[in-house]
Design a protein. Structure first.
Length: 137
């Protein structure tokens, strides 16, 4: 007779569900087979689907996968392989430029923070919200 499923086992199975690979079919039967790693036996679908923690992890992952598919369906299909490659190259260049700009901005921010702290300004003063200007003040 199979052993009882402990809370520790449930946590491991729930983590497995949350990290389910996108290239594997997401079905209870496959989850049962995957649970063998933690339990030493293949539980039934009914045994796992009675556990609220696993049902919650399953429904959350299912929704996440569905949203990912819906998101991909909104992406326009390229007219050709050349068009797709051109788009990817353009986006990669844009991404690289934005990363470079972000790096330069972080360097400037660090310089400002360093110089401000050397001038005696505390972190709290540096992080204080901006005061709004009213009536042209």
């Amino acid at each position: 007779m199979p052993k009882a499923i402990t809370q520790k086992d449930l946590n491991k199975i729930a983590a497995m569900i949350r990290e389910w690979p996108k290239d594997q079919p997401f079905k209870w039967e496959n989850i049962c087979v995957g649970a063998r790693t933690f339990l030493g036996f293949v539980p039934t679908r009914q045994a796992l689907s009675k556990k609220p923690m696993l049902v919650n992890a399953y429904t959350t992952k299912k929704k996440q996968l569905k949203l990912a598919v819906e998101g991909l369906s909104k992406v326009p299909k390229p007219q050709s392989m050349l068009h797709a490659m051109t788009t990817i190259a353009r986006l990669q260049e844009e991404n690289d430029a934005l990363k470079s700009e972000l790096s330069k901005m972080a360097e400037v921010a660090n310089r400002f923070i360093h110089n401000a702290s050397m001038a005696g300004l505390s972190r709290e003063k540096l992080m204080a919200p901006l005061t709004s200007l009213k009536n042209g003040d």
